[in-house]
Write a protein that binds this ligand. Structure first.
Ligand code: ATP
Length: 344
């Protein structure tokens, strides 16, 4: 049985999710203690509980300690099965993080396509939004030979959630390695601003500010403003760099009392820091690429604009399950190169 301490490194929900994925991929059971011990509300929250249930359903697994508030989880996988799955987080917990827990086993440990429908938050803080999945994450996966089609059925914001994604997953024979070390080549930048349950002028103000911020960098922009329907009101301000190797989306979300311009500035700052770094891989993709690349038969390397604590932590969890070399060249908080060896 693999033993893990959930308080190491970043000490958040990602350790739970990565452990679940790695257990399903390798067939190894695990015991995880001190789950999210550094957080203000430690233990599993509804999003993580849904991840445990989803992983158990997909992997016909047995588990203990999978309820809200639990700080110890035992998980024993059995056989991964393709199929049609539906999960409802019942809060605005991130649907993207549930998907990221189970997509790899459904792609690589089955021979039939799967369809997954997940209900919850599609645009919530500290998690990929659905457009990031569609534009950036799926594009990386495709370069690795993995086909995942993500459809936004309806958006869902904090606190009521109720958003939904529908995802089609094609089984794949193998993961192709990545070598992403060169500077990216930028084609155009898109400003994408949307709001739900709020006047269109809010989205227009976000778009205007984003446009100004990008023009100040002499970037040519295309502007897209949308109004959505959702259970809770919300806004999104996003920048998409249409570039090779992969289009990269940065976003920020509105909240009560936060001016539209501040939302736009938040997205612009993250996007521009990435642009100025000249690295091909954004910090969020960096931690998300580790797991699929760890299962490639060949070694990979990529340069990222920031080595985050999430990345360092995920490397630790992968090494706990797999006899593999992962070498992070660079300091946490700075840009660096990630080398992932093939499974020994
Ligand atoms: N703006 C963003 N764009 C894309 N991905 C993001 C973004 N923000 C966060 N992520 C990704 O979402 C994941 C969040 O993991 P994290 O452990 O923080 O989540 P969590 O389960 O909500 O945990 P906790 O509440 O314990 O911090 C990471 O893979 C991170 O890269």
């Amino acid at each position: 049985m693999v033993e893990l301490d959930g308080s190491v490194g970043e000490g958040g929900g990602q350790i739970v999710r990565s452990a679940l994925t790695l257990a399903l991929m390798t067939g190894q059971p695990f015991k995880l203690v001190n789950i999210r011990s550094g957080r203000s509300r430690p233990g599993l929250q509804p999003q993580h509980v849904t991840c445990v249930k989803a992983a158990a359903e997909v992997g016909r697994a047995r588990f203990k300690g999978g309820e809200v508030g639990s700080t110890t989880l035992y998980f024993e996988p059995h056989q991964v099965q393709a199929g049609q799955y539906r999960w409802d987080i019942r809060t605005a917990g991130a649907v993207s993080l549930v998907l990221q827990t189970i997509y790899l086993p459904l792609l690589l440990r089955t021979t039939q396509p799967s369809e997954v429908v997940i209900t919850g938050g599609t645009h919530v803080p500290n998690a990929p939004c659905v457009h990031f999945l569609q534009l950036t994450w799926s594009a990386y996966l495709l370069r690795m030979g993995l086909k995942v089609a993500v459809e936004l059925v309806r958006p869902g914001f904090y606190p009521r959630g109720g958003g939904q994604i529908r995802v089609l997953l094609e089984p794949a024979p193998a993961v192709l390695p990545l070598q992403l070390l060169d500077c990216p080549h930028l084609d155009t930048a898109t400003v994408w601003s949307a709001c739900a349950g709020l006047p269109r002028s809010v989205a227009e103000r976000q778009a205007q500010r984003l446009k100004e911020r990008l023009h100040a960098e002499s970037l040519k922009t295309v502007v897209q403003v949308e109004q959505w329907q959702a259970l809770s009101p919300g806004t999104m301000a996003a920048v998409v760099f249409r570039q090779t190797p992969v289009p990269t989306l940065f976003f920020a979300l509105g909240e009560r009392g936060k001016p539209a311009e501040a939302v736009a500035d938040e997205a612009a700052e993250e996007a521009l820091a990435f642009l100025h770094s000249q690295a091909p891989v954004d910090p969020h993709s960096a931690d998300q690429l580790l797991l699929p690349l760890a299962f490639s038969q060949q070694s990979s390397a990529f340069r990222t604009s920031t080595i985050t604590r999430h990345l360092v932590t995920n490397a630790h969890v992968v090494r706990t399950f797999l006899p593999i070399s992962i070498n992070l060249q660079g300091e946490e908080g700075t840009s660096g190169i990630v080398h992932i060896g093939s499974v020994l």
